[in-house]
Write a protein that binds this ligand. Structure first.
Ligand code: MTE
Ligand code: MO
Length: 168
């Protein structure tokens, strides 16, 4: 009987060790500028993905030339596709709540990220976005290529000063 208890304890310890080592993403070395949490299956600190500049720069990048309500003409935005970021964190939900430094937040369905090239932009016209001008990250929809995106709902999802994404 004592042997069975000991064996059970060993199995439980192995399960705990397995769960703790489930994170496959490298830990940030610098200041954390973006956090992804909620229903995700990968991690690097606790149950979250904490990204510093170097980790963000290591992700595939995409440029989107578009007009939007905040610029005077078409501008090239550059950043990481939201769907790639969700894939990177192994998102296992249906909606991302995108939050800003000022606590503004908006929900974006993951299905929309598959349908459109929505980027989490950190550059406009090749120049890094400062916090005073929508940085460090700005959700940019391809408004010019998809006229149906011209709606108050999409403008409300165009969150700037993004610092956190929570998957639900
Ligand atoms: N960080 C942040 N992003 C935001 C907002 C906000 O208050 N803070 N407002 C959203 C809403 S509801 C809309 S309609 C547009 C508003 O843009 P405007 O203030 O230039 O009209 O930005 C969106 N992105
Ligand atoms: Mo809005």
């Amino acid at each position: 009987m004592r042997l069975v208890v000991a064996a059970a304890a060993t199995v439980i310890q192995l399960l705990i060790a397995g769960a703790a080592s489930a994170c496959t993403i490298a830990q940030p070395k610098g200041e954390v500028i973006l956090s992804i949490d909620g229903m995700i299956k990968d991690c690097n600190e606790g149950l979250s993905v904490h990204l510093d500049r170097a980790l963000v720069d290591a992700l595939p990048r995409k440029q989107v030339k578009t007009e939007n309500p905040w610029d005077d003409g078409p501008v090239v935005y550059e950043g990481v596709l939201l769907r790639d970021l969700m894939k990177f964190a192994k998102a296992d939900g249906t909606t991302a709540t995108v939050s800003a430094l000022n606590d503004y937040r908006a929900d974006i369905p993951l299905a929309d990220m598959d349908k459109y090239d929505v980027i989490l932009a950190d550059k406009r016209g090749g120049v890094a976005l400062p916090v005073r001008d929508k940085g460090p990250f700005f959700v940019v929809f391809p408004f010019t290529d998809f006229p149906e995106l011209a709606s108050e709902a999409r403008y409300a999802q165009s969150v700037w000063q993004v610092n956190r994404i929570t998957v639900k």
